[in-house]
Design a protein around this ligand. Sequence first.
Ligand SMILES: [Mg+2]
Length: 306
Amino acid sequence: MLINEALGPVVEGTDGFDIPAAWLAMIRRIRNLGRPGIAAMAISGVDAAMWDLKARLLGVPLAMLLGRVRDRVPVYGSGGFTSYTDEQLARQLSGWAKQGIRAVKMKVGQEPGRDPARVAVARQAIGRSVDLFVDANGAYSRKQALALAGEFAAEDVRWFEEPVSSDDLDGLRLLRDRAPAVMEIAAGEYGYSPEYFRRMLQAEAVDVLQADATRCLGLTGFLQAGALCQAEARPLSAHCAPALHVAACCAVPAVRHMEYFHDHVRIERMLFEGGPQLVNGCLEPDLRRPGLGLELKRPDAARYAA
Ligand SMILES: [Mg+2]
């Protein structure tokens, strides 16, 4: 199944490869607005809706339409906000561990001096058998991040996300080369185009690339990020919005895991029926439902209408 068939007739793009005509038309229309940011997010929404529509019209789950290579996708629990007390942090992360989720992620970077102690609280809460990830959202300087990588390693932190700005590809590369060997460097959530991901991979800036289908020109862009990762033998991790990503993550061989982001899980359950189920630390799409499988709970959503 050609991925390009989802968005109507296929045309030749400027790089000589076939791409969906509707996708190219949308990208051309925003040439003078600039592609990164809100324009790419709007295209992402339309792209995801069209994939969903195509699968519904064919009466198949989107994971099957895209070419499923796995039944379910491992997730990591994600939250651990810097606004939490130590008790809230411990309760949230240990709660995910009790649900069978095998890795959890917390935020760092708001108060660097407190971060090693907060990370120690998290490790104490989840025990030694659950992987611990940290996400600095680019808050540290290079030297600060290097020093803290050493301190976090003492608590066996396995993933250091955006230790420095994701625009500082040389800085990410520095961290990747010099952080403890067990600690992976991850970034990519602000990628709005395949070119962004290619630059990040070619700079050897990350051990694991992240991509977000609500930003990177939709599920079409996410599939392209997957192809780039496969070519570079680098794993891909989906950023946020798990109900949107699960079908594509079942179909992209390079995917390692998905982010089970606290707020998005809550909102997806609040507003949609038919979302993926958490089974043994993995999300599993419901293959009895066509498309993304989601139905808006209209009465519940109505109260938020403007
Ligand atoms: Mg992040």
